[in-house]
Design a protein around this ligand. Structure first.
Ligand SMILES: *[C@@H]1O[C@H](CO)[C@@H](O)[C@H](O)[C@H]1NC(C)=O
Ligand SMILES: *[C@@H]1O[C@H](CO)[C@@H](O)[C@H](O)[C@H]1NC(C)=O
Ligand SMILES: *[C@@H]1O[C@H](CO)[C@@H](O)[C@H](O)[C@H]1NC(C)=O
Ligand SMILES: *[C@@H]1O[C@H](CO)[C@@H](O)[C@H](O)[C@H]1NC(C)=O
Ligand SMILES: *[C@@H]1O[C@H](CO)[C@@H](O)[C@H](O)[C@H]1NC(C)=O
Ligand SMILES: *[C@@H]1O[C@H](CO)[C@@H](O)[C@H](O)[C@H]1NC(C)=O
Ligand SMILES: [Fe+2]
Length: 454
């Protein structure tokens, strides 16, 4: 984090000053701490990575230099390569928001990496280079175990920090974060103070520079504020967070897909048009048939606004998207849909509500073994606090709900089984406050069919 780095520079300065002045006695240092010490050098910070291609051999490295463009190249080398260094060339951009001008935001895609390999990478120039590392996922395949972390609506409060720490210290060891939207909450500040995007980037760097965070846009990423002359939705978010959307034939970074190990992850945007004939609808319609469950058995959807939630706050906000896409989720046997938005935790039964046709009165969710489990994990700990008010009695579609901050872990074991657990911030790192074995929807029915055929 920035504090630490500043401290390092201060220590270096102090040592320099002391070494100059030690031979004199009784001196008062004439050094005056300068508030804008960082202006002296382009401090590379806000480093974060995400997947950079469709199958996991690419990484996008993004970082910010506050005062000078510096260099957009990333030097990288495999741990096992005998330090054979390679260079990837990126781009730099800046954006303005009201009276804020961003630092120099760098995005550099490294591709054609080896699977399942540790790489070191280095950004920055001169004395300000910083080195990090990441581990590429194993080659895509049906029985490749992989562990995802699930975090949503995190913000940047002491609770956010507890959530991140809890995730980092969870012995289940998440390898990639599936982030379900609402990142910095900069829009909660006067004039959407975009400096809060910078502080947020520095906050998550300690994790997001070492493992990819797969981004989903939430309502706090819209930053639509015509009263300040800002009427382009998602401006700070799309400038700061690049995703590999073109690799999945998407036309927008707000919806896209990736394969990672044994999972196929589809990211949707609750705050972009999703009705029939819209770009997102047409993309998803073509995308779902492409998923090869023999290659990637686990079909996971990330979206910000939940389609099933029984909390009072945001109740039914996901209803219109549910009406559009739930039939597809059932038809294509999506395993699990993760959402945020509601600042609490909830897990649904396997249910669907697709029979209703206006006149038949069939408007209650029913048990459906082809349906996904819907998990709300919007409990990262932002400044808006928890939502605690629940609809009563608990509807039958809701299997478990609790208003506590925490994170989730999805441990894929093989094509048949995955284990999901929810971890409250108050508990020990290994405690599972809720958990469930997920049986793969595609392989469960395929297996049952072949058994009946026997
Ligand atoms: C932006 O405008 C607000 C409100 O006038 C002011 O408080 C703030 O200092 C300004 N920031 C910059 C960077 O000029
Ligand atoms: C790097 O640091 C050394 C020692 O402090 C200094 O002599 C040199 O000028 C610095 N280089 C740059 C590019 O800032
Ligand atoms: C955030 O959590 C880390 C790790 O637990 C801790 O070292 C750090 O002091 C915390 N930061 C703040 C601002 O509380
Ligand atoms: C699905 O993936 C499997 C395993 O990689 C492959 O053998 C098969 O040809 C693929 N099916 C299609 C329709 O591409
Ligand atoms: C709606 O469902 C009812 C009862 O199943 C059926 O009689 C009716 O024809 C359906 N209407 C439409 C437009 O499909
Ligand atoms: C899949 O994983 C589950 C849970 O770890 C295990 O019980 C099962 O034996 C595994 N199946 C195969 C075919 O390895
Ligand atoms: Fe939200």
């Amino acid at each position: 984090m920035r504090k630490k780095t500043e401290m390092d520079y201060c220590t270096i300065l102090l040592v320099l000053i002391l070494s100059v002045k030690l031979c004199e006695s009784g001196i008062t240092s004439s050094y005056l701490r300068n508030d804008d010490l960082v202006h002296d050098m382009p401090l590379d910070s806000d480093v974060h990575i995400t997947q950079g291609d469709h199958e996991g051999k690419g990484v996008i490295v993004s970082w910010v230099t506050p005062n000078e463009p510096g260099s957009s190249t990333v030097v990288y080398w495999a741990d096992n390569s005998g330090n054979l260094k390679k260079t990837a060339y990126g781009i730099v951009l800046t954006y303005k928001y009201f009276n804020y001008t961003s630092g120099y935001i760098h995005h550099c895609t490294i591709d054609n990496l080896e699977f399942d390999t540790k790489y070191y990478y280095q950004v920055g120039i001169g004395n300000t280079t910083r080195r990090f590392w990441f581990i590429t996922p194993p080659k895509v395949g049906p029985d490749v175990p992989y562990t995802f972390g699930l975090i949503g609506d995190i913000g940047q409060t002491p609770d956010s920090n507890r959530t991140l720490t809890h995730y980092e210290l969870n012995p289940a060891k998440g390898q990639t974060v599936l982030f379900v939207g609402d990142l910095s909450y900069a829009d909660a500040y006067p004039f959407h103070d975009n400096r809060r995007w910078d502080t947020w980037g520095r906050f998550i760097e300690r994790n997001a520079a070492y493992q990819p965070w797969i981004w989903t846009a939430g309502n706090h990423e819209i930053d639509f504020a015509p009263q300040y002359g800002e009427s382009i939705p998602f401006k700070p978010y799309t400038n700061r967070f690049f995703v590999p959307y073109k690799a999945s034939d998407s036309t927008s970074p707000l919806w896209y897909s990736i394969k990672r190990a044994s999972a196929y992850i589809i990211v949707l945007s609750s705050y972009s048009a999703y009705g029939k004939y819209t770009p997102q609808y047409k993309w998803l319609e073509k995308e779902l048939p492409k998923v090869n469950r023999t290659e990637t058995p686990w079909l996971i959807v990330l979206v910000h606004c939940p389609m099933y939630s029984s909390y009072v706050h945001h109740y039914m906000e996901g209803e219109t998207m549910r009406v559009m896409y739930e039939q597809w989720f059932v038809d294509y046997k999506v395993d699990v849909v993760f959402a945020g938005h509601v600042h609490a935790y909830e897990r649904s039964e396997r249910i669907s509500n697709i029979a209703y046709n206006i006149t038949n009165g069939l408007c209650t969710p029913i048990s459906d073994q082809s349906a996904p489990v819907y998990i709300t994990i919007g409990d990262g700990g932002n400044l808006e606090g928890l939502v605690t008010e629940m609809t009563e009695p608990q509807p039958s579609y809701s299997a478990f709900r609790e208003a506590s901050f925490g994170h989730g872990i999805l441990e894929i074991k093989n094509r048949s089984y995955a284990f999901f657990s929810w971890h409250r911030n108050q508990d020990g790192y290994a405690v599972e406050a809720d958990s469930l074995w997920l049986r793969n929807r595609y392989w469960k029915t395929t297996l049952e069919k072949s058994l009946t055929a026997l």
